[in-house]
Design a protein around this ligand. Structure first.
Ligand code: PHE
Length: 339
C-alpha cells in the first residue's frame, strides 16, 4: 500500500505540470483530491486491507501525501495566475482613458464636395485634367499668344519652356471641348493650380480652382448669372445678393467678376469685405468665339459660359478664416475644427 501511495504521488505531480490553465487545473483537482472519487480517497478506502499494525504508518503517509498534493496544487495555481498579476502591477487602472483621435476630411475636400453637390443638382459633371500642362493649352489656346501682355495676370512656374504647372483650371475648357465636341457640355473641372507668387495671408503658391463650363446652342449671359446666383444662395444662404462687375479675361467675352453681399456684415461693411459690403467669389464670362473654335465648336452655332472659383476662398468666407496659409500648413489645431 505504501508503494501505491508513492506511485500516486509521482503520477499526480507529473500530471500537475501538464495543467496549463485554470480549467485543466480544476480537472486535476477533481481527479486526485476530489472527495468522492479522487485518487487519494480511493487509496484511503483500501486501508481495510492493510494489516492492523501498519495502519497507523499508512494513515500518516496518506495524510502527508494529501498535504503535499494540496500544496503542489496551490503552488501551480499561483504560478498560472502570475502573468496577469504582473501585468496588473504595470497598469494604473485609476488613470483616465486616453481619447481616441479620429481623422477627418481636409476643409478643402469638404468644400469641394459641397460644391460638387450643388453643381450636380444643376446638371454639371466632374472632370479632371492634368496639373502639369503645356504652355499651349494653359495660354495659347486660351487666346494668349507668347507675347500677349495678359499673361502677366498669372505668374507662372515653368517646368521647361513649353511646359508649365497650370496657373488656372481654364486649359481644362479646351480639353473638355475637344473631348465632347459636338455635344453640349456642362462640366466642372476641379484641381490644383500653381502660381509663382509671394505667399501671403491672401495668396498661396498652390491652391485649388473649380472651373465651370457650359457649351450649347443659345446659352446666354443670363444662364451664367442664374447659375452663379443659385450657387451663392445654396452655398451661403437663400437671402444672398449677387452682383456682376465688368472685367477682363482673354478667353471670355464679355468677362465679369462675381460678387456676393458679405455674409459677416450683410453688406454693412466690415474687415472681411474691406468695408465695401461685397466679397468676390469668382471670375467668369461668355466663352470667347476663338476659344470655342479652338475647342472644335462653331461660334456661329454654339455659345457657352465659363467660370473659375477658388474653393479655399469660398471656405474662408463661409468660416470667417482670414489667412489662406492655414489651409496647407498641416496644423491639426486648425484642421481639426472642421467637420
Ligand atoms: N481662369 C481665371 C483665373 O484664374 C478665372 C476664370 C475662369 C475667368 C473662367 C473666366 C472664366 O483667374
Amino acid at each position: 500500500m505504501l508503494e501505491k501511495a508513492e506511485e500516486l504521488k509521482k503520477t499526480a505531480l507529473d500530471d500537475l505540470q501538464g495543467a496549463a490553465n485554470p480549467a485543466e487545473l480544476n480537472e486535476w483537482r477533481v481527479k486526485y483530491l476530489g472527495r468522492k472519487a479522487g485518487a487519494l480517497t480511493q487509496l484511503l478506502r483500501g486501508i481495510s486491507q492493510v494489516p492492523v499494525e501498519e495502519r497507523a504508518a499508512f494513515g500518516q503517509a496518506a495524510n502527508e501525501l494529501k498535504n503535499l498534493l494540496q500544496a503542489a496544487y496551490e503552488a501551480r495555481e499561483e504560478e498560472l495566475s502570475r502573468p496577469a498579476v504582473e501585468m496588473l502591477k504595470t497598469i494604473d487602472v485609476t488613470l483616465p482613458g486616453r481619447p481616441v483621435s479620429l481623422g477627418r476630411l481636409h476643409l478643402t475636400t469638404q468644400t469641394l464636395r459641397e460644391m460638387y453637390g450643388i453643381f450636380a443638382q444643376m446638371g454639371f459633371q466632374v472632370e479632371e485634367w492634368p496639373e502639369v500642362e503645356t504652355d499651349y493649352l494653359n495660354f495659347e489656346l486660351l487666346n494668349m499668344p507668347p507675347d500677349h501682355p495678359a499673361r502677366d495676370m498669372w505668374d507662372t512656374f515653368y517646368v521647361n519652356p513649353r511646359v508649365v504647372l497650370r496657373t488656372h483650371t481654364s486649359p481644362g475648357q479646351i480639353r473638355s471641348m475637344r473631348r465632347h465636341c459636338p455635344d453640349p457640355i456642362r462640366v466642372i473641372l476641379p484641381g490644383k493650380c500653381y502660381r509663382y507668387e509671394a505667399v501671403t495671408a491672401r495668396s498661396e503658391f498652390m491652391f485649388y480652382q473649380v472651373e465651370g463650363l457650359a457649351v450649347g446652342r443659345r446659352i446666354t449671359l443670363a444662364d451664367l448669372k442664374g447659375t452663379m446666383i443659385d450657387f451663392a444662395r445654396q452655398m451661403f444662404g437663400a437671402d444672398r445678393q449677387v452682383r456682376f462687375r465688368c472685367s477682363y479675361f482673354p478667353f471670355t467675352e464679355p468677362s465679369v467678376e462675381v460678387d456676393m453681399d458679405c455674409i459677416i456684415c450683410r453688406g454693412e461693411g466690415c474687415r472681411v469685405c474691406k468695408h465695401t459690403g461685397w466679397v468676390e467669389i469668382c471670375g467668369a464670362g461668355m466663352v470667347h468665339p476663338q476659344v470655342l473654335t479652338n475647342g472644335g465648336y462653331d461660334p456661329d452655332v454654339y455659345s457657352g459660359f465659363a467660370f473659375g472659383m477658388g474653393p479655399e476662398r469660398i471656405a474662408m468666407i463661409k468660416h470667417n478664416i482670414d489667412d489662406i496659409r492655414l489651409f496647407y500648413s498641416n496644423d491639426v489645431r486648425f484642421l481639426g475644427q472642421f467637420g
